[in-house]
Design a protein around this ligand. Structure first.
Ligand code: AVJ
Ligand code: FE
Length: 433
């Protein structure tokens, strides 16, 4: 049990180190709203502390509210992102003091709690697992804000392994049933539960995410000017906003450039394309004579081990993510080129399913059969419907503590500021798509 508590304390600390690093900026930058799509950074900072107060201090620890008067300001449902800068938010120094005070008490709760008692919220440390994943999710959102406003302060130039482009192509996933979702992963969200059998016919899926080089071929073949590749919604979205390339791309003197955290650089052809919407991913796939995978297809290709007839926690097995497996946790401020992580291959041979870019799937964000909302409706349930598309895997900015084979992310089909790309699939059975 002490092992678990130490793991939780270290996990909480890793998230906090990130939140503080990403907000080590002038107050003016922290309180400004850089885009109507995003919160001011200081909102995210206090919000992660308020979430921790609600769940660890009040629910798990039974502690009297520290600052009940601020709950409403940091309730994401009470105030859409565009309204947040007008709120009397905690100033950056107040926010840091507040979240540090919450954290001190959270560690006291952790110290005293019995994590083996049969309490659905606390056993196996679930409430702490949810709170530390939540902080990492907001850390990634803060990075998206920093990218959107071109702030260079935090750009990391870490080394990433080199490309292995000769290995491109597709891998075959044989037909048959597999187990989707989980009933046993201790820190899984309600939307990943319960485990259930899904029967899929055989299909092909790309070994790697679609690269910038491949995407440029689509752009230069007039992909953005031919409605035939687009769904009607996708085409009207594209036309209304006059979209002609991924977000942050420009064309200058016959070459494609991108701006990454305020720096202009040539678009690297071997890197997975990122900052494309679901509409663009879907149009590319149609142009390429393929389609996006369903989330079940993605999950089976990521984690199903047909030999053992069970789902692995990670594509490479149950070992914790290491630097040889995947580009996770913001090692460098970009995706690694395709082929960089052969040791992270899944049983069917798909690579880079974790890290690099979140991958759009063709699936709507819907509940699994037998879904039960827990511990609160506002994490997943209120988002179910034919509104959001599911993304899988995790990006270069996602922390290892916040990825699982079964993890489901979701967003509007027009969103592009997230670190999202895709890979394609197609049926292996003649006559089917
Ligand atoms: C799972 C990434 C879609 O950031 O909107 C954060 C996670 N929920 N706070 C988001 C979340 C509440 C959510 N995503
Ligand atoms: Fe949140």
């Amino acid at each position: 049990m002490t092992g678990l508590k130490e793991r939780i304390a270290a996990g909480l600390e890793a998230g906090r180190a990130r939140s503080l690093a990403y907000t080590d900026l002038d107050d003016e930058v922290l309180v400004r709203q850089h885009s109507p799509l995003m919160s001011p950074l200081v909102w995210d900072l206090a919000h992660v502390g308020n979430h921790e107060e609600l769940w660890v201090l009040r629910e798990a620890g039974g502690i009297t509210p520290l600052r009940p008067e601020i709950d409403q300001m940091y309730d994401a449902f009470a105030h859409p992102r565009g309204e947040r800068p007008a709120l009397p938010l905690l100033r950056p120094d107040e926010a840091r003091t507040y979240i540090a005070g919450v954290r001190g008490r959270a560690l006291d709760v952790l110290d005293e709690i019995d994590l083996s008692r049969p309490d659905p919220l606390c056993s196996d440390g679930l409430v702490f697992g949810l709170v530390l994943q939540h902080e990492h999710q907001h850390d990634e959102t803060m990075l998206a804000t920093l990218q959107l406003c071109g702030l260079p302060g935090l750009v990391r130039d870490g080394d990433l392994p080199a490309a292995r482009p000769a290995a491109a192509g597709e891998v075959l996933v044989p037909g048959g049933p597999f187990t989707a979702g989980t009933s046993t992963s201790p820190w899984a969200y309600d939307n990943e539960r319960p485990a259930h059998r899904v029967e899929l016919p055989a299909y092909w899926i790309d070994r790697f995410p679609v690269t910038n080089g491949a995407y440029i071929a689509f752009v230069e073949d007039g992909g953005y000017s031919r409605p035939r590749w687009w769904t009607p919604h996708g085409w009207s979205w594209r036309a209304r906003r006059d979209i002609r390339a991924p977000l942050f791309w420009t064309r200058e003197a016959g070459a494609w450039w991108r701006t990454r955290f305020g720096r202009a650089e040539p678009v690297p052809p071997d890197e997975p394309v990122q900052h494309v919407s679901w509409y663009e991913a879907d149009a590319y796939a149609r142009w390429a004579g393929r389609r996006l995978p369903t989330e079940a297809e993605w999950e089976k290709a990521c984690g199903w081990d047909p030999g053992a007839a069970r789902a692995l926690a990670h594509p490479w097995g149950d070992a914790e993510p290491g630097p040889e497996h995947a580009n996770l946790g913001h090692r460098a401020s970009r995706p690694a080129p395709v082929g960089a992580f052969p040791a992270g291959a899944s049983p069917c041979g798909a690579e880079q399913m974790f890290g690099e870019v979140w991958e759009w799937t063709s699936s709507w964000f819907l509940p699994y059969p037998g879904f039960r909302s827990f511990p609160y409706r506002e994490y997943s349930e209120v988002f179910f419907g034919e509104i959001y598309r599911v993304l899988r895997g995790g990006s270069w900015a996602t922390h290892p503590a916040a990825v699982r084979t079964t993890f489901r992310n979701w967003d509007h089909p027009h969103r592009r500021q997230i670190f999202a790309g895709f890979r394609c699939a197609r049926a292996a059975t003649p006559g089917e798509s």
